[in-house]
Design a protein around this ligand. Structure first.
Ligand code: MSP
Length: 526
C-alpha cells in the first residue's frame, strides 16, 4: 500500500470574497484528506491563494490600498473562513511568498535554458484602459469584454512557452492513461477541442502587467499568472529551494482537485510544463462540476426571484460547519453540476441531518438508557433474520463508501454512509424494540437489537468523521470511543466495549421551521 497521499485544491484568486462555490473544492479535498488520514496514510493537503495579475492590482486600486495590504486582509478572511469550516490543510501557500517567487523565477529560467521558452512578439487586440490583450473571439460586439471600449491591434515583446511541442506527447498520455483526467467527459473535451487541432505556443510574459513575478534575467517582463500559479503545487513542497525533502517525499501528487472551467490549464499546460522540466506528472486531475445559484456559477444572491443568503460567513454560524459541509458534499453529483437554494439546504438539514441521523442517535441512546441503564449490552448470538440482515447490509455500505471514495465520488460515498443510518432506522421500525422490551422472555433479543443499533451508529459515525467531523466526533465520544483513532473494526459489529456507560450527545441538529428560516435568510441576504 502506498502510505503517502498528496492532495491539492486550486489556489484561489482573492479578487473578491470567497463564496459558497469556492468552499466546494476545499471541502471536497478536506473530506478526501481526512478519509486518507483515517486509513493511516501520511497526508499532505495543500491550499492557498493566487495573488498576482491585473485583477488583484485593480481590486487593490479600487480600495485605495497597496496590493499587499489588500491581499493580507483578504487572506486573513479566507483563513478564518477555512477555520470555521474545519478545513484541515497542512499548508497554505501564497504566491507572494518569497520562496515561491524565487522558485518560479528558477523554473522559468530552467525552461528558457532548455529551449522551451523563447522571446518573440505577442500580437493581439489591446484595450488601453484595461491594459489587456484580447483575441478576436473574446470580444463582445467587437469591443473589450471587460469595459466595452474599443480595442486596437498592438504588438508587445513577450516570451513564449513551446506548448506546440507537446501535442503528441499529451495525446499519447491520454491514450495510454485515460485515468489521468476524470471524469471521462473532460478527457474527450481536451482531446477533441484542443489536442487534435494542435496546440499553439503560449505567451508566458507581459510587459504591461506590473503586479507579477519579474523574469529575473529580463526584468521588464512579468511571468504570466497561470505559469506562476500552477507551479505552486511543487514550490509548496520546496521544489527549487534549498530543502526539497517534501517534494521528494510527496511528489507526484495523488490528485489535483479543480473546477471544470480550469481543466485546460491543469490537463494541458501543467503536464506540458512538467514534461519540459522532466518532472513526473501528477497521478490524477479531477475536474468537478459547479454548485449553481439560480443557474449560475457565481454566487448570485437571487434564485427563482427570491433573495437567498449564500454567504458561508453567515450560514456557518447559524447552522454549523457540518451542515454546510453536508450540503456541499451531498448536493453535487459526481463530476456534474448541482443546484443550491436555501430551500434545498433547509430540507436536507431536516430530513437527512435532523431526522435520519440525529434522531437515530438520540432515540437509540435513550432506548439503551431506558432498557440497560446506558450500559453497552454484550454481544449475543444472532438468531433472527432481521438482525443478521442489518449487519450484512451495513457492512456492504461500508464497502461502497470506500469504493466511491477511491474514485473521489464524495457525494455517493456520503449517500452510502447515510444509507447506514436509514438501514438502522428501518430496522427499528421493523423489530419494534419497545414491543420486545415488554416481553421478559425476549430479553436477549433486546440486547441484540440495542448492540446492533449502537454498532451501526458507530460504523456510520466513524465513516462520517471525514465529512462531518463535529457531530460524528460527538457521537463517537458518547459511545466511549476515541475520535482521533484511525479506522478500525469497520468490517465487524464488535467495535464497542461491552459494559461501558454511554455518554450523551445533546441535540445534534435541531429541527428547523423551514418557512421561518427562509424568511430569516432572505432578510440576511446581501
Ligand atoms: N486562481 C485560479 C486557480 C489556480 S490553480 C493553479 C482560480 N481561482 S478561483 O478562485 O477563481 O477558483 C477557485 C476554485 O473555486 C475553482 O476550482 C473553481 O471551480 C471553484 N469554484 C468557484 N465557484 C464555484 C462554484 N459555484 N461551484 C463549484 N466550484 C466553483 O480559478
Amino acid at each position: 500500500m502506498n502510505d503517502k497521499f498528496y492532495i491539492t485544491t486550486p489556489i484561489y484568486y482573492p479578487s473578491r470574497k470567497f463564496t459558497l462555490g469556492n468552499c466546494y473544492t476545499t471541502v471536497i479535498c478536506d473530506a478526501v484528506a481526512r478519509f486518507n488520514r483515517k486509513q493511516g496514510k501520511d497526508v499532505f493537503f495543500l491550499t492557498g491563494t493566487d495573488e498576482h495579475g491585473q485583477k488583484i492590482a485593480l481590486s487593490a486600486k479600487e480600495k485605495g490600498v497597496s496590493e499587499i495590504e489588500y491581499l493580507d486582509e483578504m487572506i486573513a478572511d479566507a483563513k478564518a473562513l477555512w477555520a470555521s469550516l474545519g478545513i484541515s490543510y497542512d499548508k497554505f501557500i501564497r504566491t507572494t511568498d518569497s520562496y515561491h517567487e524565487k522558485a518560479v523565477q528558477k523554473i522559468f529560467k530552467k525552461l528558457y535554458d532548455k529551449g522551451f521558452i523563447y522571446k518573440s512578439e505577442y500580437e493581439g487586440l489591446y484595450c488601453t484602459p484595461c491594459e489587456s490583450f484580447w483575441t478576436e473571439s473574446q470580444l463582445v460586439d467587437g469591443k473589450c469584454p471587460d469595459c466595452g471600449r474599443a480595442v486596437a491591434p498592438q504588438k508587445e515583446e513577450a516570451y513564449f512557452f513551446k506548448l506546440s511541442a507537446f501535442t503528441d506527447k499529451l495525446l499519447k498520455l491520454y491514450k495510454e492513461n485515460p485515468e489521468f483526467l476524470q471524469p471521462q467527459t473532460r478527457v474527450n473535451e481536451m482531446v477533441n477541442n484542443f489536442l487534435k487541432p494542435g496546440l499553439s505556443d503560449l505567451c508566458v510574459t507581459r510587459t504591461s502587467v506590473k503586479w507579477g513575478i519579474p523574469v529575473d534575467f529580463d526584468s521588464k517582463h512579468t511571468i504570466y499568472v497561470w505559469i506562476d500559479a500552477l507551479t505552486n503545487y511543487i514550490t509548496a513542497l520546496g521544489y527549487g529551494s534549498d530543502d526539497q525533502s517534501l517534494f521528494e517525499k510527496f511528489w507526484p501528487a495523488n490528485v489535483h482537485v479543480i473546477g471544470k472551467e480550469i481543466v485546460r490549464f491543469h490537463a494541458i499546460i501543467w503536464p506540458a510544463m512538467l514534461m519540459a522540466l522532466d518532472i513526473p506528472l501528477p497521478k490524477k486531475v479531477f475536474g468537478h462540476g459547479w454548485l449553481l445559484f439560480g443557474g449560475d456559477k457565481l454566487s448570485k444572491s437571487k434564485t427563482n426571484g427570491a433573495k437567498e443568503c449564500i454567504d458561508p460567513r453567515v450560514l456557518v454560524p447559524l447552522y454549523s460547519a457540518d451542515a454546510i459541509r453536508y450540503i456541499l458534499l451531498r448536493e453535487i453529483p459526481f463530476g456534474s453540476d448541482g443546484n443550491y437554494t436555501t430551500e434545498i439546504f433547509l430540507n436536507r438539514f431536516n430530513s437527512d441531518l435532523s431526522n435520519n441521523f440525529g434522531n437515530l442517535v438520540s432515540r437509540t441512546l435513550s432506548m439503551v438508557k431506558k432498557y440497560f441503564g446506558s450500559v453497552i449490552p454484550e454481544i449475543k448470538e444472532l438468531k433472527e433474520n432481521d438482525d443478521i440482515a442489518l449487519q450484512k447490509d451495513v457492512l456492504d455500505e461500508v464497502k461502497n463508501t470506500f469504493a466511491f471514495m477511491e474514485n473521489y465520488d464524495v457525494s455517493k460515498s456520503l449517500m452510502s454512509i447515510f444509507n447506514i443510518f436509514t438501514l438502522a432506522n428501518t430496522y427499528i421500525q421493523k423489530v419494534e424494540p419497545w414491543a420486545v422490551a415488554k416481553d421478559e422472555a425476549k430479553n436477549n433479543r433486546l440486547a441484540v437489537i440495542m448492540r446492533n443499533l449502537l454498532e451501526a451508529i458507530r460504523i456510520g459515525s466513524t465513516l462520517l468523521q471525514s465529512f462531518l467531523p463535529e457531530c460524528s466526533n460527538k457521537v463517537l465520544t458518547a459511545l466511549g470511543l476515541d475520535p482521533s483513532a484511525n479506522f478500525e473494526n469497520l468490517d465487524n459489529f464488535n467495535g464497542l466495549e461491552t459494559g461501558k456507560i454511554l455518554g450523551e450527545t445533546g441535540i445534534l441538529f435541531p429541527r428547523l421551521d423551514i418557512a421561518k428560516e427562509i424568511e430569516k435568510l432572505s432578510s440576511l441576504a446581501e
